[in-house]
Design a protein around this ligand. Structure first.
Ligand code: EPU
Length: 302
């Protein structure tokens, strides 16, 4: 999708939005898969209502991209433009036990920054790629913790009201890889209340989680993390592994040899390859276990 109308181009500049023509989503996602479209980089949160009004008035379909680490995007010319927040400097400001964090902040860097200031709790998420906004939207969790437990306040753009709103923690429900945010809500910033802990102690927790992750997940390879949610009381990775499906591939899309719920792009996989692999594995698990695996990865088909 290309924005060529000069009136829209001028207006975008006026509201502090940078237009980048022909961005390739393969370069903006951890899977390294995805076609081409125009990218709108938002420098000020306050521009969002004007931006959305402008796009809607001109019938320009749009999607909001976080860190691109839990996302499978379709191939070829994409039928919508992409919006993304520009990370401000600083992106984390501390006030006692409260961390005020921009949604565009890198999750890992935020965790280490807080740790250096003796604020812990988030150790389990070290090594999870992506932005704080993305982690918040899907309530990222690992090793017994989830980000939702620490959320005190969220600033978001609500497509339903077309306004920037503030929600308190108790107004949001956080469940396993799921939140009560609407699909078109856009996370802008969050306040986390983190427990005080000495840096050394947090570092120890970080080291343990890093080690566990390194030994069980294919960290150096292009992936979107776990492809499927775990069904209640079971592990998708274990089921896929038990069926002997590690190494199963469609083109360059491949079930990781290290963790069977990670599907990697081993070269130049297309979205078509990856979707075919996902469908194939889902069908085999359904046949053998009678369980219908639900995607954890978010799919934006072209
Ligand atoms: N297992 C296998 N074979 C495999 C993979 C796992 O037998 O190929 C077994 C493990 O040995 C273990 C069990 O399955 O006994 C569970 O595996 P693991 O501890 O790796 O956890 P998981 O349930 O597969 C979940 C999250 C991960 C998170 C880890 C650690 C989901 C879908 N996955 O994985 O999150 O990092 O726990 O807490 O909830 C993600 O969200 O993208 C993600 C990777």
């Amino acid at each position: 999708m290309r924005i060529s109308d000069p009136r829209i181009v001028v207006k975008l500049a006026e509201i502090h939005v940078d237009l980048q023509h022909g961005a390739t989503l393969a370069g903006l996602t951890s899977l390294g898969i995805g076609g081409t479209t125009d990218l709108l980089r938002i420098k000020k949160h306050e521009s969002l209502p004007d931006l959305l009004n402008l796009l809607d008035a001109n019938h320009v379909p749009h999607k909001f991209l976080g860190g691109g680490s839990n996302l499978l995007v379709g191939d070829g010319e994409l039928p919508w433009v992409i919006m993304q927040l520009v990370r401000p400097e600083p992106d984390v400001v501390l006030d006692g036990n409260f961390a005020h964090i921009d949604a565009a902040a890198d999750l890992g860097r935020m965790i280490t920054f807080c740790a250096k200031n003796d604020l812990g709790g988030m150790e389990g998420l070290i090594g999870v790629p992506g932005t704080v906004g993305g982690a918040l939207r899907m309530n990222a969790g690992a090793y017994g913790m989830q980000i939702g437990n620490y959320v005190r306040e969220v600033k978001l753009y609500r497509a339903a009201s077309r306004k920037i709103e503030i929600l308190r923690g108790h107004q949001i429900s956080f469940e396993y890889r799921h939140t009560s945010f609407a699909p078109d809500d856009m996370m802008l910033s969050v306040i986390l209340e983190l427990p005080s802990k000495p840096f050394k102690e947090i570092l120890q927790g970080i080291r343990i989680c890093n080690e566990k992750r390194r030994s069980s997940q294919p960290l150096g390879q292009k992936s979107a993390g776990c492809i499927f949610k775990n069904p209640p009381g079971a592990s998708a990775g274990r089921m896929i592994d038990e069926l002997g499906l590690k190494g199963l591939s469609v083109g360059d899309a491949r079930v990781s040899d290290r963790h069977a719920n990670f599907f990697v792009n081993a070269g130049h996989a297309s979205a078509k390859d990856m979707l075919a692999l996902i469908a194939d594995v889902r069908e085999r698990v359904q046949k053998s276990y009678g369980v219908s695996l639900e995607n954890e990865v978010v799919v934006w088909s072209a």
